[in-house]
Ligand binder design. Sequence first.
Ligand code: NDP
Length: 323
Amino acid sequence: MTQAIRMHTHGGPEVLRWESVPTPEPGPGEALVHHAAVGLNFIDVYFRTGLYKTALPAIPGMEASGTITALGPDVTNFAVGDRVAYATAPIGAYATDRVLVTDRLVKLPDDIDFKTAAAMMLQGMTAQYLLRRTHKVTAGETILVHAAAGGVGLILCQWAKSLGATVIGVTSTEAKAELARANGAAHTIVGTANLAEEVRHLTDGAGVPVVYDSIGRETFAASLDCLAPLGLMVSYGNASGPVGAIDVGLLAAKGSLFLTRPNLATYTAKRADLEAAARDLFAVVEKGAVRINVNQTFPLSDAARAHEALEARRTTGSTLLLP
Ligand code: NDP
C-alpha cells in the first residue's frame, strides 16, 4: 500500500486527508517513483479549492523527487534506481509512491540532492521560462517582481540579478522585503497602495519593460500602470483570485502594452523543452547563481497545515512535504 493525501471534496485545508491507497503498477512507458520529497506549490491550493477542476477523489501535488522502483514495459531511457524529479500534471504527487509517464521525468545530476530538487523543479523551471523565454531579460533592464519573497519570487530575484537585471521586488512585509533584498532584489516595495508611483520614482519616470505578476485580481490594474510603453504584462498566477475578463482597450490606452497569461505546462510540453528548462535550472543552481531557499518543511501527512501557512502568507521561499 501507499500512503497519500487525498481529497474527496473541494474546500479548505481540512479536506486533505492522510489515507492508504493501493500502490499503483506502472503501465507501458511509465515508472513507479518512490518519493524522497514533495514540493508544495500555490497551484496545489487552486486544485484543492476547485478553482482548477479535477475529478474526485484526488491526490494533489505536481512536484516531487525520488527513486524509480519499477518500470512498465517499453521503457528504455530510464532504469530502476535512477534518481529523478518532476514538475507536471496530472496531479498525484502527495504520496509516498506514484506512477508517472517517463516522458515527464528528469534525471537528477549527482550534486543535486532530493530536497533541493523537490523544492525547485516547478518554481525554478517557471522562473526559467519567465526570464529566458516569455521575456528574455537582459543586463541593464529593471524588472518588477511580485511576491518577491515567495517560492518563485526568490528564484526570480536571484536569477534576474545574475543576468545583470535590476529587480524591484514587491512584498507584503518589511521582513519579506529584507529577504528579497538578500536574494538579489535591488529595490523593494512593501504593499501595493502606491505601486505605480513608487515604480515610476525608482525608474526616473520610465516604468519597467516587464512585470511578473502572480497575484492576479488585486494587482492587475496597478501592474499595468508600472509598465513602460510597449511593456509586457506577464500575469502568471492568481494568489489573490483570478483576474477575470479585461478590456483590451486598456492595453492601448496605457501605452500599446503586451499581455500574456503563460503556464509551465505549455513551456515544457515538448520533451526537448522540458530537458532544456531543467538543464538551465540545474546549471544556475550548480554554479551558485541561484540558491534554493527551503524555508519550511512539513510531514506530508500534515499537508493541511502547510496549505494553511501558504494561503495565510506565512511562508517564504520554497516549502517541502516529507513522506
Ligand atoms: P509563493 O511562495 O509566492 O506564495 C504566494 C505569495 O503570494 C504569498 O507569500 C504572498 O506574498 C503573495 N500573496 C499576495 N496576495 C495573496 C493572497 N491574497 N493570498 C495568498 N498569497 C498572496 O507561491 P509559489 O511560489 O508557489 O507561487 C507563486 C505564484 O506563481 C502563484 O500565484 C502561482 O500560482 C504562480 N505560479 C504560476 C506558474 C505558471 O506557470 N503560470 C507556475 C508556478 C507558480 P506577500 O505576502 O509578499 O504578498
